[in-house]
Write a protein that binds this ligand. Sequence first.
Ligand code: N01
Length: 537
Amino acid sequence: MVDAVVVGAGLAGVSALYHLRRQGIRVLVLEASDGIGGTWYHNRYPGARCDIESLDYSYSFSEELQQDWHWSERYASQQEILAYVQHVVDRFDLRKDIELNARVVSAVFDETDGRWAVRTENGQQFSAKYCLLATGVLSAAQVPQIRGTESFQGRSYHTADWPTEGVDLSGDRVGVIGTGSSGTQLIPLVAEQAAHLYVFQRTPNFVMPAQNRPMDPDLERHWKEHYPELRKKARATRNGHNQISNPLRGKDVSPEERRAEFERRWELGGLYMMRAFADILTDPEVNAEAGDFAREKIRQIVDDPATAEALMPPRELALGTKRLCSGTNYYETYNRDNVTLVNLREAPIEAVTPTGIRTADGSEYELDVIVYATGFDAMTGSFLRIDVRGRGGLSLREKWQHGPRTYLGVMTHGFPNLFILAGPQTPSVFSNMVNQAEIHVEWVNECIAHLEKNEIDTIEANEDAENAWVDHVNELASRTLYAQSRNSWFWGANTPGKPRVFMPYVGGIDRYLQKLGEVVAHGYEGFTLRSRQLARA
Ligand code: N01
C-alpha cells in the first residue's frame, strides 16, 4: 500500500519522489522503460544536447549536490544529463522506490474509497490516494503514417527511441526525415559517419548556432558561489533561467542597433535570439527583421545558392513560433559532398519502398538506414495514452478531445487528487523544464502536506476556475505571433486528428509562480477540498 503513485521517472518524477518521501509520504514511481531519466534516457541520438545552460538546467533542491556536480560543457550532452539524473537517484537513495518496466495503462479513481487504482501493462495493480502524472510533454514519439514504411528492408530508427547500444552508420546511405530540434542536432553528426546522407525536409526551421563550449571555470565558480541568488533570479524571469533578456522593444532602437543586437544574439547562440527584444514574439516587423537576419546568415554559410534557398524558413513562419532549433555546424553540413537536401515542398514523400524512399517527382533514394526525426504527439500524448478515469468513470481522453482543459495546468476538473506535472497549460516548454518540474513538485508537495495535516481526503479543480484558466491561456496566446503561425506542435498540428488548440502557457514562469502562490494564499482558491465529514469550496 502506498500513498502516492508517480507515473514516470524522468526529471519531474525523480524530483516528486525526493520531495514527497521527505515529508513521509510513501511513494512508488512506475516507469515504462528499463531505465531512469525520461526524455534523456530515450533521446540518445548523436548530437542530443540541452539548449539551456547546464548550470541552470539542474536541480536546486540540494546545495551539496549543486556544489559537488561538475558540468563539463556550457550545454550538457544527453549522456551527461543522464549520468546526472542517475547520480541524483543513487545519491538520495531513490532507486528502491522506482519500478522499471512498469508501463502504466490505466489509472481509475474509485469514489467509494477516494483512491486511484493504477494498473500496469504486465497486470500489476497499485492503490494510492494521490496519482501524479510525470510522463512528460515531449515523450510520446511519433512515426508518420507514410505508405510502405513496414516494407523497408534496411534499418529504421526514431530519434526518441534510439537504441541504448548506439548505432554505427559508417559507410551507410542514410535518410533523415525531419528537420526540427532533433533532426538538426543529429544531421551534422550523421554526415560525418555516413557514406551519403539525404535530408528529407518538409518545413525548414530557424537553426541558431548553439555556440557550445567547454565549461568556463570562472563561470562555474561564480555559479557555485551564488547558486541561491541565481536560482531565485531564474524564477523571477519569464523563461525560468538566467539567459540574458533585452527589456527594450525592437522599435525603441534604430535599425542599426537592432541589427547589432541580432548579431550579438547569434554570437551568444541557441535560444538567446528569442530574447533579443521584449516584443520579438508580438511585433511582426521586429520578428520579420530577425527572420531576415537569420536568412542572410544561411545565405552566407551555405555555398550552393539553391540549397541555401531551400533551407530558408518561409516568410509566413515567424521566428520562434515553431520552436527555435539550436545546432552545431548545421548549415555548414550542407557544404559537404556527401549531403543532399531533398526539398519535400517541391516533391513530397510518396512512399517508403523496400530499398529506400520515393518522392512524388519519381525520384528514388536508395537507403540502408532511415532515421525518423519526426517528433512527438506533444503536450498531451503521453497523458492520453493512459486510460485515465475520474469521477463517474469520466475519461480524460473524452474530456480533452477538443484540447487540454486544466486549472493552472496542475489539475483537471472531475479528477480528484490527480496531479499533472509540467504538462499542458503551463510555461513548461517555453521555460527551463527542470525549473518548471521543481515548481510543480514543490506546489504539489505543499498541497499534499496541507491535505494530510488537515485530514482532507480530496482536492479537485472547480469547473469555473478551470474554464477561466483555459480562457486566460488562450487569451495570452492570441496576443502573440503564435496565433498567426499555427503549423507547429504547440498547436498539435503535427499529429493527425489532433485538435488545433494552443497548448502551452505563454505568460511566463514569473507570472505563473505568482498565480500559484496567490491560489494557496487564498485557501486553494478555485479548488474544492473535501473530507468525509465536511465539504468546503
Ligand atoms: O520534433 P519536431 P523534434 N514527412 O516536431 C518533420 C524538443 N527538443 O523531435 O515541420 C516529412 O520539432 C516535421 O516537418 P514539419 C524541442 O522542444 C529539444 O525535432 O511538420 N517530414 C519536422 O521537421 C522540440 O521542439 C532539443 O513540416 C515530417 C520534424 O519532422 C521538440 O522536442 C532537442 C513528417 C519534426 O520536428 C520536438 O523536436 C530535441 C512527414 N510525414 C528536441 N512528419 C534541444 O535542443 C514530421 N515531419 C533541447
